[in-house]
Design a protein. Structure first.
Length: 370
C-alpha cells in the first residue's frame, strides 16, 4: 500500500518524533511505499527509504512555521500518490490523524496565563478545533481512552470516529537485567549505594511531568527511606535549587537520555507525577523493564496500572503529601519485586507487530470506504 505521513518534524529523536521514525521504518519493512510531507528531516530519516516531500518553513518564527506547514500540507496532501494519509501534528487534512500529544483544549488550562493566551498556543487550539470540526479528516486515532474521552468532551465528535491504538513498546530491548548480579554491577557503575533504594524520574519537560511535586516531597521521602533520587533529562537546576543544600547530594542528574535502559534496569521505583500525558512512553518502557512505578492518574497510561498489583496510581499529581505516602509504602512493600514482574507482563502484548496490525485494519477501512 502507498501511505502518506504528514508531520512538521520528521526526525529520529524526541518523544513523538522517535515514535514516528520507528513507525515509518516498520511500514517500509512491511513492504509499504512511504511518502512523507515534512518541514524538517535528519540524516537518519533521510536514509530509511521514504519519499520526502519537503515544505520550506520560516526559521525564526515557530508560530509562522506552524501556520505555513498546516496550509502547505493541506495543498500537498491532495497531490500525494498514496492510498491513505496520516497526520500526527497540528494539521487538519488527512484520512487518519493520530493524537499522540493528547487534547490541547484539555491541556492548556494547566499552562500559565502568559503561555495560555500566547499567539502560538491559541493557534494550536484553533488548528485542533479545525481538525475535529472541519470534516477534513475522516478518522481519529488516540493512544489511550483518556484522550478519546477528552476529545469527545471538548468537540462534537461521533464516538465511532475515534479508535484507540495503544503505543507499542519494544520489550526485546526494554527488559530487566539478566540476573541480580548483573543488576547490582550496573547499579554500582551508575553510582547507586548497594543498600539504598533508588527512585527514578525521567522527563524532557520537567514542569509538565510534575518534578515540582517530587521536589516538594523529596526531603521527607529521603528522611523516611534513605533513598537516592535519579533524575534523567535536561534543565533541572531551578528545581533542585528549591531544596535545602544538604539535599543536593542525595540527587544524581543524568542530563542525557542515552542510558535510559540502564536507569530503568537499575532503579527500584519509577516516579511519574505528570500533570498531563496522553500515554507516556516512559511509563511503558519502565514497566517493560520490570520497574514498578507511581503513575499519575492524569496520564493516559493509567489504564495499564492495576493499582497495588503492578504499580500505584497518584490521584492528584500536585499533592506532594500523597506522593510521599505512596513512595514510602512502595519502598517498604515486600512485594515490590513481584510487582515489577507483573508490570512487565502487562506490556508484553504491546508489540510492534500487534500495533501495525491495528493500523492495517484502519488502512483497509479507509480503502473500503472510498
Amino acid at each position: 500500500m502507498k501511505i502518506g505521513l504528514i508531520y512538521q518534524k520528521f526526525i529520529s529523536s524526541g518523544g513523538m518524533e522517535a515514535y514516528l521514525f520507528r513507525f515509518a521504518k516498520e511500514l517500509i519493512t512491511a513492504g509499504h511505499e512511504l511518502h512523507v510531507i515534512t518541514g524538517q528531516t535528519d540524516s537518519a530519516t533521510e536514509t530509511i527509504g521514504a519519499n520526502i516531500h519537503p515544505v520550506q518553513l520560516p526559521r525564526h518564527s515557530s508560530t509562522r512555521a506552524l501556520l505555513k506547514f498546516e496550509r502547505e500540507s493541506r495543498r500537498c496532501a491532495n497531490q500525494l500518490p498514496v492510498d491513505v494519509t496520516i497526520g500526527f501534528g497540528r494539521t487538519t487534512k488527512h484520512d487518519l490523524h493520530r493524537a499522540g500529544a493528547g487534547c490541547h483544549a484539555a491541556y492548556i488550562p494547566l499552562l500559565n496565563p502568559f503561555k495560555r493566551n500566547g499567539i502560538k498556543c491559541q493557534l494550536e487550539l484553533k488548528l485542533e478545533r479545525a481538525l475535529y470540526t472541519s470534516g477534513r479528516t475522516r478518522q481519529f486515532i488516540v493512544n489511550s481512552a483518556l484522550i478519546g474521552e477528552q476529545i469527545m468532551e471538548h468537540y462534537d465528535i461521533n464516538p465511532d470516529a475515534i479508535t484507540i491504538i495503544h503505543t507499542a513498546v519494544d520489550t526485546e530491548y526494554f527488559k530487566p537485567s539478566e540476573d541480580d548480579a548483573s543488576r547490582q554491577d550496573l547499579r554500582a557503575s551508575l553510582g547507586a549505594d548497594h543498600d539504598k533504594p533508588v527512585l527514578l524520574f525521567v522527563a524532557r519537560s520537567h514542569r509538565r511531568k510534575g518534578l515540582a511535586t517530587l521536589m516538594a516531597a523529596w526531603p521527607e521521602i529521603h528522611e523516611l527511606t534513605g533513598a537516592q533520587l535519579w533524575i534523567a533529562g535536561p534543565g533541572i537546576k531551578r528545581f533542585i535549587k528549591s531544596l535545602p543544600a544538604k539535599m543536593h547530594e542525595t540527587i544524581t542528574v543524568f542530563t542525557g537520555l542515552e542510558d535510559i535502559l540502564h536507569l530503568y534496569q537499575s532503579a527500584d521505583l519509577f516516579v511519574h507525577p505528570t500533570l498531563y500525558d496522553a500515554s507516556a512512553n516512559t511509563v511503558l518502557q519502565s514497566m517493560a523493564c520490570g520497574l514498578p512505578g507511581i503513575i499519575s492518574a492524569a496520564d493516559g497510561a493509567r489504564q495499564f496500572i492495576d493499582d497495588g498489583n503492578n504499580g500505584w496510581l497518584l490521584d492528584d499529581p500536585r499533592d506532594h503529601l500523597s506522593l510521599t505516602g505512596l513512595v514510602v509504602d512502595a519502598i517498604n512493600n515486600p512485594k515490590l519485586s513481584a510487582m515489577g514482574k507483573n508490570a512487565r507482563q502487562r506490556t508484553l502484548p504491546l508489540t510492534w507487530e500487534a500495533h501495525l496490525e491495528e493500523w492495517k485494519n484502519q488502512f483497509e477501512r479507509i480503502a473500503q470506504s472510498r
